[in-house]
Design a protein around this ligand. Sequence first.
Ligand SMILES: CC(=O)CC(=O)SCCNC(=O)CCNC(=O)[C@H](O)C(C)(C)COP(=O)(O)OP(=O)(O)OC[C@H]1O[C@@H](n2cnc3c(N)ncnc32)[C@H](O)[C@@H]1OP(=O)(O)O
Ligand SMILES: NC(=O)C1=CN([C@@H]2O[C@H](COP(=O)(O)OP(=O)(O)OC[C@H]3O[C@@H](n4cnc5c(N)ncnc54)[C@H](O)[C@@H]3O)[C@@H](O)[C@H]2O)C=CC1
Length: 318
Amino acid sequence: MSMSLPRSLLFYGIRRAFSCTARASAPVHNLTVIGSGLMGAGIAQVSAQTGHNVTLVDMTNELLQRAEQRIKGSVERVAKKQFKEDPKAQSDFASQTLSRIKYMVDVEKSVGSDCDLLIEAIIENMKIKQNLFSKLDKVAPSSTIFTSNTSSLSITEMASVTGRADRFGGLHFFNPVAVMKLVEVVRIAGTSDATFDTLTSYVTAVKKTPVCCKDTPGFIVNRLLVPYLAEAMRLLERGDASARDIDTAMKLGAGYPMGPIELADYVGLDVNKFVLDGWHKKFPDNPLFAPSETLNKLVDEGKLGVKTGEGFYKYDKK
Ligand SMILES: CC(=O)CC(=O)SCCNC(=O)CCNC(=O)[C@H](O)C(C)(C)COP(=O)(O)OP(=O)(O)OC[C@H]1O[C@@H](n2cnc3c(N)ncnc32)[C@H](O)[C@@H]1OP(=O)(O)O
Ligand SMILES: NC(=O)C1=CN([C@@H]2O[C@H](COP(=O)(O)OP(=O)(O)OC[C@H]3O[C@@H](n4cnc5c(N)ncnc54)[C@H](O)[C@@H]3O)[C@@H](O)[C@H]2O)C=CC1
């Protein structure tokens, strides 16, 4: 005999399974962000702006100095916006934010005994990410929650090299972090309720909106966005329209803030290529993930988009 649930109960069950509402949880005070590039610097910034103590790590002091400059510029923009008519409040906000960020090249020392949360934002490569997590798992306190900001890789595969699958999840921020309001909180099979609750509370604390998703390729946003960007590149390759016209069309015809070609440059063509190539290898029959010749050529030439001064378009060097 089959038993059917009342509709209201069924929807309640679905809501609970996927709900991202923050419940009481262990708060995050201290976090370590590994990788001080576009994303890591942004994550460090929004965390420090909301009172968290951050240790930001990269491979060289030069990279960290670049990140510090970028963070400073962005915090000043935010301060001007938040405290429009009050220059003193602007400079207090900026200096307090900047004072909460420590910079470090020694990755193993970066997860001290008080580290509540680790966010990895290094290159989009599974082997390199696994090496990092495996190394950190041995030195980090057992209570530290590990997360990755990956765009496209499996969080489960990363957690598999550690002994802390219950304290592992994904925190996927969007670029530019200071402005974009969403964070995807990715739950793997092992993620405990306590870990999940801490992650959603942290996202709310940094003034972003969490959505919960399963550990599937691209989660929600990139599963939809990356094929769209690749399709725009193919449209361009076929000579069906110019880059400018494709971008203008999607801005004025579909209401996007940026067109797909300029957004690809903004995200970084290397990141686009890593994502597309990785999915093509895993799902070779899916035409949505077919490589783009133009993308490959630009990456080979070191033209990675806004961050290198040239991609599909040319930019003032940052
Ligand atoms: C690849 C992945 O895994 C996932 C991803 O991230 S996919 C990429 C997701 N991101 C997007 O889709 C971005 C789409 N683009 C946009 O939303 C907008 O074009 C944009 C926010 C980037 C810029 O907006 P814009 O209106 O063209 O430019 P601009 O006027 O300079 O900026 C808008 C506001 O944001 C602020 N802002 C922009 N960049 C900023 C930064 N880096 N730091 C601080 N503030 C910033 C500006 O100060 C400005 O504030 P006001 O409106 O109060 O003046
Ligand atoms: N660019 C984007 O729009 C988005 C990217 N992501 C993801 O975030 C991650 C980082 O991307 P970006 O910030 O764009 O890359 P990026 O290239 O700007 O920065 C990566 C940084 O990590 C550092 N790094 C590499 N290996 C390291 C190691 N072993 N230890 C310490 N630092 C190391 C590099 O020196 C570099 O500074 C990737 O997984 C990417 O897929 C997620 C959302 C949006």
